[in-house]
Design a protein around this ligand. Sequence first.
Ligand code: PLP
Length: 399
Amino acid sequence: MSLFFPVEMAPHDPILGLNETYNADLRAEKVNLGVGVYYDEAGKVPLLRAVQAAEEARVAEHAPRSYLPIEGLAPYDLAVQKLLFGTESSIVESGRLITAQSLGGTGALKLGADFLFRLTGKKLVAISDPSWENHRALFEAAGYEVVTYPYYDAATNGLNLNGMLEGIEALPEGSVVLLHACCHNPTGVDLGLADWARVIDVIQRKNHVPFLDIAYQGFGENLQDDALAVRLFAETGMPFLVASSFSKSFSLYGERVGALTLVTSTPDERDRVLSQLKRVIRTNYSNPPTHGAKVVAAVLNNPELYAMWEDELAEMRERIRGMRQALAEKLKEAGVTQDVDYIQRQRGMFSYSGLNKDQVKRLADEFAIYAVSSGRICVAALNSANIDHVAKAIAAVMK
Ligand code: PLP
């Protein structure tokens, strides 16, 4: 019998499966709203001008390709900290921070999950209901029991703050609590300052371990405001973790650029934690790849390129905003009487459209429009060429 005979087929990945069906669809008007990628007005994944400039300079250097340190490129790690906490923040100089370059945001989450599980004995993590689908799978693969806390209020298409607070309060003391820092995936529903203050209060009282996932910094309001949660947690002085991703904000998906940041209590604690984190990295992939981090560091550490990137990020954010507004307006024009203004309130790349499974299926069958069965649509995949078709189709299945 073959070694691999007992291996069963893994469950179908819902989003990748959707892409396959979309690719096989021959209808000209087809639209894929299932993806988690920003497309420009021409329907293309952009190569940012700041990235291109940094890449050209890098190629011209003809630099040798040695190994990076286990925790990654130092100027990159420092730039990530400044982006998270602000250039003026005293925490960056405090000797309490560790940042390790990671394989995208996913890699940062996995490093943090492995570290907490192996070195602090954490076994329970709470994620939002709903959450990015890989959160559950990733933490389960790291050995955790994964539970959820309420988050989304379907009645208002907004935040269920009381449910969230009660859910977090009810967790066993010292649980890991995964929080989306901004542009919640999949709902697009975020917390405001007062909401964060209350969540932080419960987390502190219950001695929970906050683990912030920030995969869309700059897609909500701007780079500073989107880091509000990170900065509020930093003010408490408590230890926490942050997983950053630059896949979307630099349009560098395939380069796998992310970072795990750990806020420790003292410089001595920092040294011990870093030494163990390095072991986690060393036994997984030894050290991270060079190119993406070099490019991001070159942009973040050069005022001209930084300004160019900030403008390009604003362009992406504004384009998505424009599409949100257009979608809401066109749905109303097409005769939708239900409240659709929440589409404009939601932030980031996604909108939880409120469409159910059957309506999502009708969109695909009748209109060649593909969305995740939860009703999540990627607003960043809309453009002026496809929005009329999408709005009319959504209106038709909503009636
Ligand atoms: N966290 C959230 C909430 C995400 O939506 C994503 C990507 O879709 C990630 C993390 C992972 O990002 P990356 O592609 O950098 O691994």
